[in-house]
Write a protein that binds this ligand. Structure first.
Ligand code: ZN
Length: 299
């Protein structure tokens, strides 16, 4: 193997590791993954985070999210949600209650441990948002769907204006990448353990092109629990909905979302839906469930 080829192979490996080290994607990482993950990327990344941030991840997030948990919500005003589902007959999965999103391109699409994207789904309008990331490379995980990318640019501009510049950590992840990541975790820790911190292929919101993990521009606490105690996290909880994003996995809602509090994981759902979700103090799961009976799908 000549040296040029060796270099290319090393770069490929580095790129893969950068991708696969990304956030829990709606899957909280184990301590080991946190320590080995985004805080110590192998390539010439400039996350600015150091090994101390892994230690800091043990600290409990101090801030609660925007969603005031005042309980009962009204199913009125449910724009953009046309969530329906059908039984997945092709996935070959053992569990019967996995549903396939019928409108995977809907910006309010519900993707979680029960609802999955169709196996062949790939967002058709992925672009590179013009925002800083914690890495310099042109990687898949910069991409978002066009509408979400435009909203993200506005969100980042607003945060910067308030002297809290943000950086993207990880956005889009293809079905193939998610499968590779998940399979690797299963091989390493076994399926049961892997399911606790990694989403199965088709079940990660990052595959929609509508989700992104963010951090402060220093990259400190990127995709780690300690991010919850930062000014940036507090700002996001207060302002994200104005730009169409929600804190997708709020604190105290694990039993509904299936995921622990992830103050860094933003999901674009559109401004009206995001504001309604915050106003009602609900999760996307609750919002969509309430929306279905009152929203007639277009025929
Ligand atoms: Zn995420």
């Amino acid at each position: 193997m000549n040296s040029r080829r060796t270099t290319a192979a090393a770069l490929l490996l580095a790129a893969f590791m950068l991708v696969s080290a990304a956030c829990g994607d709606g899957g909280s990482k184990t301590q080991a993954d946190t320590a080995a993950g985004t805080s110590t990327p192998p390539a010439s990344s400039n996350t600015g985070s150091t090994s101390t941030s892994a230690d800091a991840s043990k600290s409990k997030p101090a801030e609660t999210t925007a969603a005031s948990t005042n309980g009962q919500n009204q199913a009125s005003g449910t724009p953009g949600v046309k969530q329906t589902a059908q039984t997945d007959t092709k996935s070959g999965t053992k569990t019967d209650d996995i549903q396939v999103a019928a409108n995977p391109a809907d910006v309010a699409v519900l993707v979680n441990k029960t609802y999955k994207l169709p196996d062949n789904y790939k967002p058709q309008d992925l672009v590179d948002p013009n925002v800083p990331f914690t890495f310099k490379e042109k990687l898949e995980k910069r991409k978002m769907r066009k509408e979400a990318a435009a909203a993200l640019e506005k969100l980042f501009q607003a945060a910067k204006k308030d002297n809290l510049p943000l950086a993207g950590v990880s956005a889009y992840r293809s079905h193939e990448t998610q499968k590779t990541v998940y399979d690797r975790y299963v091989k390493k820790d076994g399926e049961a353990a892997a399911n606790k911190y990694s989403a199965k292929p088709g079940h990660s919101e990052h595959e929609t092109g509508l989700a992104i993990d963010v951090a402060g521009s220093s990259g400190k606490c990127a995709a780690e629990d300690c991010f919850g105690a930062t000014k940036e996290a507090k700002w996001l909880a207060e302002h994200a909905a104005d730009y169409g994003f929600i804190i997708r996995y709020p604190e105290g809602k694990e039993s509904i979302t299936g995921y622990q509090y992830e103050p860094w994981h933003l999901r674009y759902v559109g401004v009206d839906t995001a504001k309604a979700i915050v106003k009602q103090g609900v999760t996307l799961e609750e919002y969509v469930k309430n929306a279905v009976p009152v929203t007639k799908p277009k025929s």
